[in-house]
Write a protein that binds this ligand. Sequence first.
Ligand code: ATP
Length: 268
Amino acid sequence: MPTDVLTADRLAADLPTRWLGRPAHVFDSLPSTNTCWLEQARQDAAEGTLAVADVQTAGKGRLGRVWQSPPGAGLLFSLLFRPAPPITPGQVMMAVVGVVDGLAAHLGVAPRLKWPNDILLDGAKLAGLLGESTTGDDGQLVVVIGCGLNVNLDPADFPPPPLGGTPATSLLVALGRPVERVPLLYALLLGIETRYDALRAGQSPYADWRRLCATLGQAVTAQGVDGVIEGVAEDVAEDGSLLVRQADGTLVSVAAGDVTLRRTAARG
Ligand code: ATP
C-alpha cells in the first residue's frame, strides 16, 4: 500500500481536529510512544501533542506486558494531556470510547470492549489502550494515553494468545481488505477530541464505556497480586472497577490496575 505512509506533513495536511494531534511527531521507530511523552512531559510539550511510530521496539501493555506490531502494519500512537488534577478513570475511558466512536464513524464497524481498556471486534482483540501519568517540571499533571491498533496485520503477525486469553484480530482480517492508516488516524483523533472536550465540559464517558463492555455477564477469573477472584462479571463502577459476583453470592470490586482477566473455562 504505497500511499499508506505516515509522515508529519501527510498527517498535518488534512487533520480534521481543532487541537488534538497538533503538533504531530512521526517516528520510524521508538521504544514506546507512551515512554516518549512521559519523558517529554518534563519539558514543555503542549496538550494534544501526538507521537506516532511505525514500529515500537518496546511497546507496552498493562502490567509490564508487551504490545507487538510489525513495522507499518498498525497504528501506534500516544497523546499527551494536561488535565486539571486529580487523575480520573474518565481520562482513559474517554479515549477508549473515542477510539470506538472513530472506528464506527470511519468504517461502520461496531467494536465492543474487554474490561478495562481493550477494544474487541468480532470478540477478538483489535486494540489496546494504556494510560500513564507523571508530573511535569512545572508540577502539572501529565496524562499520556497510548493506543496500539491492529490495522493491516495478517494472522501470521499476531502474538499467540495467552492461555485462556483473547485472540487477536486486525481490520484487515475483520474487513477482508487493507485500511489506509492516515484517514483512520484522523477519525480516531476526532473521536478522542470530541470525548475529551465533552469530559472537560462535565460529560462523563462512563455510561457509554459501560454499555460497550462485552465482559459483563461473562464468567471470569481475575488474577491479581492478592490472589484469584472467580465469578460472573456483573457490572462496572464509575471508578473503572469491575464488580464480580462470586459463587457464594458476595460482590467483589476488582481494580483495573491490578489484575489480569481471563474468561473462566467451562467445567465439565
Ligand atoms: P490480556 O489481553 O492478556 O488480558 P491486557 O488486557 O492487560 O492483557 P494489554 O496489557 O493491553 O492487555 O496488552 C498486552 C497483551 O496483549 C499481551 O500480553 C499479548 O497477549 C497481547 N498482545 C500483544 N500484542 C498484541 C497485538 N498486536 N494484538 C492483540 N493482542 C496483542
